[in-house]
Design a protein around this ligand. Structure first.
Ligand code: ADE
Length: 257
């Protein structure tokens, strides 16, 4: 079982992954477990102050070092009971944005501690003392690390064995090395003909042909076309087959005309 501890002022936000969908089922099946630690619970004074004004002045507040330190230590001790020495991941926009390879690497860890900041950030001494890796989920600023931690946990959990009912789904995702780094092809389901405001909207005929080789080829070509149209920079890192290079030429030609 993978063990994830989260240090957060808003533990209830994590109900979003604990109470719904595949992450919930995997939690019920003990594929992973989640334990939240609220730094506020480690503050003795009546006001339960977890933040303070920044030294040097300026707007906003900074999360105080000691409550965070206590919460992280509690999380470490819990993991230690299971003989895990966890990495501490700090969610922060001040990092390189997360990639598929990072998710795969992190999901191989037996236990992790996620540190979620609020306000303008956390006292840098906590980062120096505890943090092994900073992770951003993209070049935009969230109001706290919680949503980012949930993004990382969701992405990791769905890779764990037995979590997706179809074993092939996780490897066939877009970006997965198993898909050779292309975006996903389009998907269709019944009905074959969908009445959209009086217009007949149909499914590509090849998908109804029963010819699995032709279907695989069509999907591959569509994946290539989507990738070229939407994320052409992804193609630079790939080794394409002769067939794929021919398709790519056709796709570029048809785009020009
Ligand atoms: N905290 C605030 N913004 C963030 C981001 N983009 N990624 C990770 N953590 C964050």
């Amino acid at each position: 079982m993978k063990r994830y501890d989260v240090v957060t002022l808003f533990p209830e936000m994590f109900d979003a992954i604990a109470d719904s969908g595949v992450t919930r089922r995997a939690l019920d099946e003990k594929v992973w477990e989640l334990k939240c630690w609220n730094p506020r619970d480690f503050v003795r004074n009546v006001h339960k102050t977890v933040d303070d004004r920044p030294f040097g002045g300026g707007p906003g507040m900074v999360m105080k070092a000691e409550p965070l330190h206590q919460a992280i230590e509690a999380a470490r001790q819990r993991q230690q009971q299971f003989e895990v020495v966890p990495q501490v991941i700090y969610l922060s926009p001040q990092a390189r944005p997360l990639k598929d390879a990072d998710v795969r690497r992190l999901s191989a860890e037996e236990g992790l501690i996620f540190l979620c900041g609020r306000y303008e950030g956390i006292d840098e001494r906590v980062v120096q003392a505890h943090v092994d890796e900073e992770v951003s989920i993209g070049d935009y600023v969230l109001s706290g690390g919680e949503l980012a931690a949930m993004v990382v946990i969701d992405a990791m959990v769905r890779l764990l064995p037995g979590v997706l009912n179809d074993g092939a789904s996780a490897v066939e995702d877009s970006y997965s090395p198993a898909r050779h780094g292309l975006l996903d092809h389009p998907h269709y389901t019944r009905p074959e003909v969908w009445d959209l405001a009086g217009e007949r909207s149909v499914v590509p005929p090849v998908l109804l042909s029963g010819n699995h080789a032709e279907i695989a080829k069509w999907r591959r070509r569509m994946a290539l076309e989507r990738t070229w149209r939407r994320r052409p920079e992804l193609l630079a890192g790939l080794t394409l087959s002769k067939q794929e290079l021919r398709w790519l030429e056709e796709i570029k030609q048809s785009h020009q005309s």
